[in-house]
Design a protein around this ligand. Structure first.
Ligand code: SF4
Ligand code: SF4
Length: 423
């Protein structure tokens, strides 16, 4: 990584601790990504963003703020970036996927809290993530209980705005979410001093829909017999989607898709013929959590679909672009976001239907339903999901894990056995 010491110091980061975090990155990139054979050339952009993860994009945000811009940090696929973009601000994802931050979070949270939440607090309070330093306001949401309560603790250190997400999907709930988005707009307008106009919101919807279309195209490239890209590479792109500039990201994904479509036409695969096709469903895998992808793809399987918020839940369903007024557009935004099927909702039948549909579309041989330890909603939902998949004749393996490597060998043995049984 280039030298960003001054920027990090100016951001009030703990440089000594941050150096330790940065020191493991080159090795991890080499082991997980660069060791793969026959990677698409256009992954070079995503490799670069990863290698400079705490440098290039934070430097852009620093410049943006110096010019008077505001940055909003978000934690969930339900928070609509459109409103933030329409106010001329930047949205950046703050979900944390490293074990490095977990002990810091455990100083504030019970040990039996999901690692994602613990890492969020550790990243903030240990002062080792530039994105956490750069966001002017954090935007949370009432999804799971752990996050809700953790936002109260984060709110003691940083301006925290929480959206009240309904837990059901009746018509009145969609209306309620539209109301929450209107209030978010008011807050963002106040913070930025910019008005969200029909014109700016229309443009913002176009930007995010284009990003969704590019990611859908990327997933479409993984539906045929030929597998032109590893799941390990795709999950990296999805993780970067949360914090990269949306227009540039869309362009880079489309450029990658050009290459993948050519590979499919020419039969260029990264896996030998007959490699078992695996779907990973469940809790999000946020940067730098590549654990399960790496385990599956070094155990004789290929991940060809992710049903998660770092997967299909992030980009499926476009926003209807027919709205003309700000109010109409907010209603359309609410409708789209309320189609995301997170386990925080009840009932959540739509998620089972999505998974079975995706299994067919991606010709899945087996599903690995992964659950981050202590995530109750996905854990409980795993029971019904397994029943539904069994009824549909799709083999499934339920796995519970965290960000440590302590269970890696045991998981590898189970995954290898699962893949072997797929025939
Ligand atoms: S899994 Fe649920 S709570 Fe987590 S990011 Fe996705 S929608 Fe939000
Ligand atoms: S993985 Fe589960 S417990 Fe963790 S933040 Fe997401 S919904 Fe909450």
């Amino acid at each position: 990584m280039a030298d960003y010491q001054k920027m990090w110091a100016d951001l009030g980061m703990n440089l000594e601790m941050h150096d330790i975090l940065c020191s493991v990155l080159p090795g991890a990139i080499g082991d997980v990504f660069l060791s793969q054979k026959n990677r698409p050339e256009k992954m070079d952009y995503f490799d670069f963003v990863l290698a400079e993860v705490h440098g290039v994009r934070p430097a852009e945000l620093v410049k943006f703020r110096e010019e008077g811009g505001k940055v909003f940090g978000t934690f969930c696929a339900y928070v609509p970036d459109e409103v933030i973009i329409a106010a001329g601000a930047i949205a950046t994802g703050l979900c944390a996927g490293s074990q490095f931050w977990v002990p810091g979070g455990e100083k504030y949270l019970p040990a039996n809290t999901c690692p994602l939440i613990k890492a969020m607090l550790g990243a903030r309070f240990d002062r080792t993530c530039p994105f956490y330093r750069l966001a002017d306001v954090y935007i949370g949401e009432t999804t799971c209980d752990g996050k809700k309560k953790a936002y109260e603790i984060l709110g003691t250190d940083v301006p925290m705005y929480v959206m009240d997400l309904p837990q059901m999907k009746r018509e009145k709930d969609v209306k309620k979410w539209a109301g929450e988005i209107r209030e978010l707009k008011d807050m963002v307008e106040k913070e930025t001093g910019n008005k969200v106009t029909a014109e700016s919101l229309k443009e913002a919807i176009k930007i995010t829909n284009a990003k969704r279309k590019a990611l859908q195209r990327l997933f479409d490239c993984r539906k045929g017999k030929n597998i032109p890209i590893s799941g390990t590479d795709v999950i990296l792109a999805l993780q970067i989607a949360y914090y990269d500039d949306p227009k540039r990201f869309t362009q880079m994904v489309n450029t990658l898709c050009d290459e993948l479509e050519k590979r499919n036409a020419e039969g260029v695969s990264v896996f030998p013929e007959g490699t078992k096709r695996i779907m990973l469903s469940g809790t999000p895998m946020v940067i730098p959590n590549w654990k399960l992808h790496n385990l599956v793809e070094t155990s004789g399987g290929a991940v060809v679909c992710e049903e998660s918020c770092t997967g299909t839940r992030y980009f499926e369903n476009l926003i209807d672009e027919s709205g003309e007024t700000v109010d109409e557009m907010i209603d359309k935004i609410a409708e789209r976001y309320m189609k995301i099927n997170c386990a925080c909702f009840t009932p959540n039948e739509g998620r089972f239907d999505d998974i079975i549909r995706l299994c067919k579309e991606h010709q899945i041989d087996g599903v690995i339903d992964q659950n981050l330890k202590f995530c109750q909603t996905y854990d409980v939902e795993g029971y019904t999901l397994e029943q539904r998949l069994k009824e549909a004749g799709i083999p499934v393996l339920g796995i519970e894990t965290d960000y440590t490597d302590s269970d890696a060998q045991q998981l590898k043995t189970r995954i290898e056995a699962f893949i072997e049984v797929l025939g």
